[in-house]
Design a protein around this ligand. Sequence first.
Ligand SMILES: [Zn+2]
Length: 69
Amino acid sequence: MCVICRQRFSKDELYRFTCPVHGELTLTADSTGKTPGRGFYLCRDAACRNKFERFKGWQKKCKGVGHVH
Ligand SMILES: [Zn+2]
């Protein structure tokens, strides 16, 4: 499911991101789709990609992962 528009897509239609592990302020793009840990999915819609740049909903969910406090 896309975290922005909350519509369901098949996995090959979604970009996957994982929590940053070194305290970065952006999610880590998971190009392999196999990185362990909490995943966030983004669809290919241009509007969703724009909103995703300002999406902060992951920060709470990534607390306790890596060095995010
Ligand atoms: Zn979307």
